[in-house]
Design a binder for this molecule. Structure first.
Ligand code: KIV
Length: 270
């Protein structure tokens, strides 16, 4: 299977069809127009304007300082460079604490160009997910390591290693699908748990540090290009071996995801 440019706009139906065919799709974070267009040219199906921008662009030590204005600005930039990818945007920390705030902020991201919004949490975001989905705003539920809860979790640690927590993740993922989530994102969980969750759901599951069995992979752009200050176990620098600079690195990432050579064993948690 070779990488290919996106020939028509990627929609949620495209992602669902990829899952149903047993194939994989590739996602990356993007924060500006130039990179958005390079990523599309390389065949990345989903661009996430992630609140990771607080760490990789702004230099904070967590995603908590990111504001709605930051998210709207970067979403607008990415939208201008987009060439057919599905655009996902994070609702940042404390921007979905009440119903009216959630609706207002999700609508602002959609008006800025998002096709789907992502929010972090388990069972407690089920009502929020339903609220948005019923009003035509698709939701990606982000579970496992949820960086906006870093202070409660006590650091950026793998989640779901103990059997009770693993069982909750399986059950709450089902609940979120039933509440209307269109996509699930699983961050930093044991690969066997990600496999169980993915096989139990109809919706596509995007993984980061979640092993090879999810429907899709996502990485922070700066990690793929080796410019992040820290390199967690699940990260691979695709630029080091690229013969065509940044476009070549992104093409290699897309190819590796689709051909299932990334993530390899050394990038996975048990
Ligand atoms: O904000 C972000 O970039 C993310 C990814 C790490 C999945 O949520």
């Amino acid at each position: 299977m070779s990488t290919q440019k996106i020939s028509s706009n990627v929609t949620l139906t495209t992602l669902l069809n990829i899952k149903q065919r047993g194939e994989k799709f590739a996602c990356l974070t993007a924060y500006d127009a130039c990179f958005a267009s390079i990523l599309c040219e390389a065949g990345v199906e989903v661009l996430l304007v992630g609140d990771s921008l607080g760490m990789v662009l702004q230099g904070h030590d967590s995603t908590l300082p990111v504001t709605m204005n930051d998210m709207i600005y970067h979403m607008q930039c990415v939208k201008r460079g987009n060439r057919g990818a599905l655009l996902m945007a994070d609702l940042p920390f404390m921007s979905y604490a009440s119903e009216s705030q959630t609706l207002e902020n999700a609508a602002a991201l959609m008006r800025a160009g998002a096709n789907i919004v992502k929010l972090e949490g388990g069972a407690w975001i089920a009502n929020t997910t339903r609220l948005l989905a019923e009003r035509g705003i698709p939701v990606c539920a982000h579970m496992g390591l949820t960086p906006q809860s870093v202070n409660r979790i006590g650091g950026f640690h793998v989640q779901g290693r103990d059997p009770e927590q693993a069982q909750s993740i399986v059950e709450e993922a089902q609940l979120l699908q039933e509440a209307g989530a269109s996509v699930l994102l699983l961050e930093c969980v044991p690969k066997i748990l990600a496999k169980t969750v993915t096989e139990g759901l109809q919706i596509p599951v995007i993984g980061i540090g979640a092993g090879p069995d999810t429907t899709a992979q996502i990485m922070v752009l700066h990690d793929v290009l080796g410019v992040s200050p820290i390199t967690p176990k699940f990260v691979k620098n695709f630029l080091v071996d690229s013969k065509n600079g940044i476009p070549g690195a992104i093409e290699s990432y897309v190819k590796a995801v689709k051909e299932r050579t990334f993530p390899a064993e050394e990038h996975c948690f048990d």
